[in-house]
Design a protein around this ligand. Structure first.
Ligand code: GLY
Ligand code: MN
Ligand code: MN
Length: 302
């Protein structure tokens, strides 16, 4: 029995973490970061997706059944699959790019961290991808800084698209201005997911689209249907900030057939396709003042 009169206020208030809860989330982030460092090392040694997964488990100290969600250890083109959960063996190693999205648990609280790494000097690694990766790291940190009380989370999501548009214009992925690429929705084909979500006992924590303590829903705008968080940021909330850029064949085909196709440099798309994509994800506490990034103290960006 889950009466709305009980569940809705609980879900609403679960967004505001107590100091005790924040400490659990800090520990969960620290634990996942140790896994990510081990995964990175395995990747740089040329290991396979399954070996990178095992390295993650060993580094985080978790058993397979203890991680809060199935790890993603995607090499090269598989990084374009948002929920890629296969783990290929040595037939698909070494890779030039690793996208690792994995979390840890601490006393019931979860972390959710993504890092994308490249193996320098690997054959086929395009410098332009490395430039995109560095740019994504910069813009991700700017978005983390934007986690301020009173700001609608949707604003950060929109900023992510504007900044990705700027990155695409600066690297020649689009031939138009950043403004035009954003206005015409080109970034939506390259970044189809939301910029993040609430984090707590659940990885996608409850109440992200709730209108108020008594319930109701605030739907995301039509152009961003995947956004899980439409609430106003307030101190005590913990959210993920996870912008990305992917070469997703199905979405690129659609874009190629649309009026916006002329805004894209398709030769550049072809050059990058085998690299899959980029995501950088940190767990962030909103405070009265500057946000606290729970992830970066334990693992750097790419
Ligand atoms: N790992 C799931 C997510 O990033 O939302
Ligand atoms: Mn996430
Ligand atoms: Mn994640």
């Amino acid at each position: 029995v889950e009466p709305d009169a009980v569940i809705q206020p609980l879900d609403w208030h679960r967004a505001y973490k107590t100091p005790w809860e924040v400490n659990r989330l800090r520990e969960a982030a620290k634990r996942a970061a140790a896994g990510h460092r081990a995964a990175r090392e395995a990747f740089l040694e040329g290991r396979s997706e399954r070996e990178i997964h095992w390295a993650y488990l060993r580094g985080s100290g978790h058993l397979e059944i203890e991680v809060p969600f199935e790890t993603i250890t995607a090499l090269d083109e598989k990084a374009a699959i948002l929920h890629y959960q296969y783990k290929r063996g040595s037939e698909a190693a070494p890779g030039k790019v690793l996208l690792c999205d994995a979390g840890a648990a601490y006393e019931g609280y979860a972390s959710d961290i993504t890092r994308t790494w490249v193996r320098p000097e690997t054959e086929g690694l395009d410098e332009l991808f490395v430039e995109l990766l560095r740019g994504m790291d910069r813009l991700q940190r700017e978005l983390v800084e934007a986690v301020r009380p009173g700001r609608p989370y949707l604003e950060i999501h929109i900023q992510a698209h504007q900044r990705v548009a700027r990155l695409m214009a600066n690297t020649g992925l689009v031939t138009s201005s950043a403004e035009e690429a954003f206005d015409r929705g080109v970034t939506r084909a390259f970044l189809p997911h939301g910029v993040g979500h609430h984090l707590g006992i659940q990885v996608h924590d409850v109440g992200g689209q709730q209108a108020g303590p008594d319930g109701g829903t605030v739907e995301p705008p039509e152009e961003y249907p995947m956004l899980r968080n439409t609430r106003i940021l307030e101190p005590g909330q913990v959210v993920t900030i996870e912008p990305g850029l992917y070469l997703i064949e199905m979405l690129l085909e659609e874009l190629h057939e649309s009026d916006e196709a002329r805004l894209v440099d398709w030769d550049v798309v072809d050059r990058l396709a085998g690299h899959g994509g980029i995501r950088i994800e940190d767990d962030v506490l909103c405070t009265e003042e500057a946000p606290e990034d729970l992830t970066r103290p334990h693992i750097e960006g790419p």
